[in-house]
Write a protein that binds this ligand. Structure first.
Ligand code: GMT
Length: 373
């Protein structure tokens, strides 16, 4: 199939998932055309079946707000017309679903039918999409999509609760390439971070308020009193400065490292002993799943779709949002002895395998065949 994928090219989970899906489909022989305003972060190297089309938004003195959505629709029309595209798969509803609707209408005028699949990822529904600034357009374009998918049951329920839906939503969970993440930790790297054999705690996010990164630091401060540990904070975003200054002011400053945005998560995660995700909401929590695939247990909140991937007392623990005491207690119980930690690590990997790329990508392929027919 010739498939056009539209996504955000940044470090956000929706862009990561869309890019990994495109790469996996290309490996299976499909031709994949990415349409974004920047090369997606996880898209590097040459692949004979992958094409990248950059959306440029020309500036003009009249435009206080350059019309990205219009440029995106025009690019979709151009790519469909010139590359024999069979379907458009857009990730994150705003503004991709409405831009796709517009492209579809333009193409229909020329007698070309192009099916549109919209995949909902989270904040496009729960935070931004349901705001009345956007909701009429989001509702309309979701209902007009030829197929609508959500990355978790929770996100499907949120969508049905918050929008007037006239069509079904199919749940297709996010996936991870377990083989890529399940690597042997590099001992030299581990020694560099934890020279005295301390436990290594990792958090990765875009440092938005919704992630409550401050809670990660608070959990770390509690647990390290009992279990000597080091904390690695990966990613960057609006809250980083605040969290960084908080860390600088505390006695544990030397035990906390900010590594910034990282493309090669599979090189870092295997050295971790625990992944901490304290979000107020996660539709899914792809970062946690990638950690599990690297055999890292997860301490998370029980918000949104997290209970669909984390299993309490098996591959990690879940607590109520903001319950630092409970999260610290659970973290200590996993880290306190090697045998328990090893069991949780094994379980994390077993759990991640349920979401392996090999199980999920064919589900998308089936959906594609259905909408094309
Ligand atoms: O978490 C973010 O802020 C980024 C966001 C995005 O849209 O890129 O992530 C959402 O989509 C991911 C991939 O489906 C999910 O794993 C995240 O849980 C979801 N984030 C939220 O729901 C807050």
């Amino acid at each position: 199939m010739n498939i056009a994928i539209v996504c955000y090219p940044t470090f956000g989970g929706s862009g990561v998932l869309a890019t990994e899906l495109g790469k996996a489909l290309a490996d299976k022989g499909h031709n994949i055309h990415f349409i974004t305003y920047q090369q997606p972060v996880r898209l590097s190297g040459f692949h004979a079946n992958i094409f990248y089309h950059e959306v440029r938004v020309p500036t003009y003195p009249l435009f206080d707000f350059p019309p990205y959505e219009t440029a995106l629709s025009s690019m979709m029309v151009d790519v469909v017309n010139n590359h024999n595209i069979d379907l458009l798969h857009v990730h994150y509803a705003i503004p991709h679903a409405s831009a796709a609707y517009m492209a579809k209408q333009i193409l229909a005028k020329d007698g070309k039918r192009i099916p549109v699949i919209t995949t909902l990822h989270g904040t496009d529904i729960t935070l931004v999409g349901k705001d009345k600034t956007y909701s009429p357009v989001v509702t309309f374009s979701m209902n007009e999509s030829d197929a609508l998918t959500a990355v978790s049951q929770n996100l499907k329920d949120e969508t049905l609760n918050n929008f007037k839906m006239e069509r079904d939503i199919e749940v297709i969970h996010n996936f991870v390439d377990v083989q890529r993440f399940n690597r042997k930790p590099v001992d030299a790297f581990k020694k560099l971070i934890a020279p005295k054999g301390e436990r290594i705690i990792v958090h990765a996010s875009n440092f938005r308020k919704i992630k409550r990164v401050e809670d990660v630091v608070k959990v770390f401060m509690q647990l390290t009193k009992t279990v000597p540990s080091k904390l690695l904070l990966l990613g960057d975003g609006p809250e980083r400065q605040h969290v960084e200054s908080l860390c600088r002011d505390c006695v544990l400053c030397d035990d906390i490292k900010f590594l910034g945005k990282q493309e090669q998560m599979e090189d870092i995660l295997p050295i971790a002993d625990l992944f901490v995700l304290t979000s107020e909401y996660e539709s899914f929590g792809l970062a946690a799943l990638e950690a599990m695939a690297a055999a890292v247990p997860v301490i998370s909140t029980n918000a949104g779709g997290l209970p669909e991937i984390n299993i309490d007392g098996y591959c990690g623990y879940m607590s109520n949002v903001g319950d630092i005491e409970d999260m610290s207690k659970n973290a200590i119980s996993i880290l306190k002895d090697d045998a328990t930690l090893q069991q949780f690590k094994t379980n994390a990997l077993t759990q991640a395998k349920k979401f392996d790329i090999a199980n999920i990508v064919p589900v998308y392929e089936e959906l594609y065949k259905r909408v094309i027919q």
